[in-house]
Design a protein around this ligand. Structure first.
Ligand code: GSH
Length: 224
């Protein structure tokens, strides 16, 4: 019997979607990719993720799994014959999950607000984002990657900070994360983006910057 059929409902510019693509690539798993239009959601997306109606959704043998962090763990557990994405030790696994939630629940929302929140709150949100990133930077603990010597779960979860944030900064003409303020995180970013498995699963740079420029213009127009 062959491997069960797998498909990913994704979006080219979504860091959540790209987390899953990186993990599938790391594990060497084949899948069909279906690009979603989140402005006009397909019946398939609504059927497979009726709760959140968001990408990514990984469908294996007709069974959907939604939410990128859940999908990453599912991929890791489904494919045990390949090196693990999460750390082996239960305590280290718990810590990786803790920091992943810190990224999704603290770092990313403060970054969104710094760029797209109410104008009079953007500066304080920027400060909050820097504080969160400083806390995260300490978690590198002198390692090349959050996963140690090679990329793992937390590196994949932090993909937005490694790549998307630079595109957003370029489009907006303002910076939260700089080499001067975050030397260790900046080095991590460069090393992460240079990994073959990451590089081949990132959205094209110019297209991403243009996407955020359009988004910024739309946000400005909505405020007028
Ligand atoms: N917590 C979710 C977030 C996924 C998410 O926000 N996806 C966005 C694309 S980047 C989406 O599908 N948005 C459609 C919508 O909000 O209606 C995850 O980790 O998978």
């Amino acid at each position: 019997m062959g491997d069960p059929e797998m498909k990913l409902l994704g979006l080219w510019c979504s860091p959540y979607s790209k987390r899953v693509e990186i993990a599938l690539c790391l594990k060497g798993l084949a899948y069909d990719y279906i690009e979603e239009d989140v402005q006009n959601k397909s019946p398939e997306l609504l059927k497979y993720n009726p709760v959140h109606k968001k990408v990514p959704v990984l469908v294996r043998d007709g069974k959907p799994v939604a939410e990128s962090l859940v999908i990453l763990e599912y991929i890791d557990e489904m494919c045990k014959d390949k090196p693990s994405i999460l750390p082996e030790h239960p305590y280290e696994r718990a810590m990786a999950r803790f920091w992943a939630r810190f990224i999704d629940e603290k770092c990313l929302p403060s970054i969104w607000r710094a760029f797209w929140g109410p104008e009079n709150e953007q500066e304080s949100a920027g400060e909050e984002a820097r504080n969160n990133l400083k806390i995260l930077e300490k978690e590198l603990k002198g390692n090349k990657f959050f996963g140690g010597t090679s990329i793992g779960y937390l590196d994949i979860v932090a993909n937005f900070i490694a790549y998307w944030l630079d595109a957003i900064q370029k489009a907006a003409g303002k910076e939260i994360l700089t080499k001067e303020l975050f030397p260790l995180l900046s080095k991590w970013k460069d090393d992460f983006v240079a990994c073959k498995v990451v590089k081949q699963n990132l959205p094209p740079w110019e297209r991403l910057v243009a996407y955020y420029q359009i988004r910024n213009e739309a946000a400005k127009a909505a405020r007028r």
